[in-house]
Design a protein around this ligand. Structure first.
Ligand SMILES: [Zn+2]
Length: 330
């Protein structure tokens, strides 16, 4: 099965990039076939991908064929403690839906038999005072302190938190949550994302027994020197379905933020291109990808699968790609 891709602008951009074109880097594990790799990843997935092996094989194939880092080490090798210790910055672009290139940048470190993945996101804060939409009441509760009254911090909390809504919308409008966007409230939001967004990745890596730990840090842009951010984006004060590199949005729930950082790590969406844009055309994950963090982003319980951890860590073993249009290190 080949997943549908529109490919209007850039569909052929990577046509010349095929797996196995480049000689393996010195010491790199021998190339395997994607079928073998996918089967190994299914075996690590504890039944979660069962019955939908073809979907996840296609996701693997599509992601690899779009990636300028092209090598195919075995998952066994990638997840073993034997990977050489070291540190490597991964940077480039990935084509999303075949329409636009989105930046990818992160730091990979292997030491003492374990992986660490670091993403540093510099967020340009808007001027203070405008109302900030939130996905739930966590920030107001954090800031009310011993006053015990969210109205004291200019907040409103009513209804169902977005991540608890049964809707497949990223912004379900299941409640009304907002706060006056003081600098304190903006910084509390970045602290919360830094504390919580990586926990979905770490939760799932631990559940699948994979030796990797993620750290996603969100900082005010002014505090991050040029060249030190993996992504530099404005903070938008509403919810909305916009690309991860145009803004991070105060109304995004934590599961959505965790999904969007997946794009900074070079992962692609796993749903039909235009689905979810309107209630008439609901979000449609690829068959079986309902369980996936990159398939249904708004759910607390969707998973970062062994496939995703593999795709992120795999690049450590690949040759450095030729310099592309995007150099990273914003
Ligand atoms: Zn996405």
């Amino acid at each position: 099965m080949k997943l549908a891709r529109a490919g209007i602008f850039f569909g052929g951009a990577f046509a010349g990039v095929a797996l196995g074109c480049a000689p393996p880097a010195p010491g790199a594990p021998a190339a395997d076939s994607t079928v073998t790799v996918a089967a190994e990843l299914d075996a690590l997935s504890r039944g979660v991908t069962r019955g939908h092996e073809a979907t996840f094989l296609s996701i693997l194939d599509d992601t690899l064929s779009a990636d300028a880092y092209h090598c195919l080490p075995s998952p066994r090798r990638v997840f073993s403690a034997d990977a050489p210790d070291g540190e490597r910055r991964i940077a480039g672009v990935m084509p999303h839906y075949g329409f636009f290139f989105g930046p990818m940048s992160y730091l990979l470190r292997h030491r003492a038999g374990r992986w660490e993945v670091d993403v540093r996101i510099a967020v340009e804060l808007p001027t203070e005072g405008d109302v900030m939409e939130l996905p739930d009441c966590a920030i107001p509760r954090e800031l009310e302190g011993d006053r015990g009254d969210i109205a004291e911090v200019g907040a409103t909390c009513a209804g169902t938190p977005y991540s608890a809504s049964p809707s497949l919308s990223a912004c379900p409008g299941s409640g009304t949550f907002s706060i006056v966007g003081t600098r304190g409230a903006q910084l509390a939001l970045l602290r919360r994302w830094s504390r919580e967004a990586a926990s979905y990745w770490n939760r799932d890596a631990a559940a699948f027994g994979l030796p990797v730990r993620y750290r996603f840090t969100f900082e005010p842009s002014a505090a991050v020197p040029p060249g030190f951010a993996d992504l530099r984006v404005p903070l938008a004060l509403t919810c909305g379905r916009t690309p991860y590199f145009s803004a991070f949005r105060s109304g995004w729930s934590l599961p959505i933020v965790a999904h969007e950082v997946g794009h900074v790590l070079g992962l692609l969406d796993e749903y039909e291109t235009f689905s979810g844009l309107s209630p008439c055309y609901p979000k449609t994950p690829f068959p079986g990808a309902e369980v996936s963090r990159m398939g249904l982003s708004m759910r607390e319980g969707t998973l970062v699968l062994p496939l995703h951890h593999y795709l992120v860590l795999r690049r450590y073993f690949c040759e450095e790609p030729p310099a592309g249009p995007y150099e990273g290190g914003l």
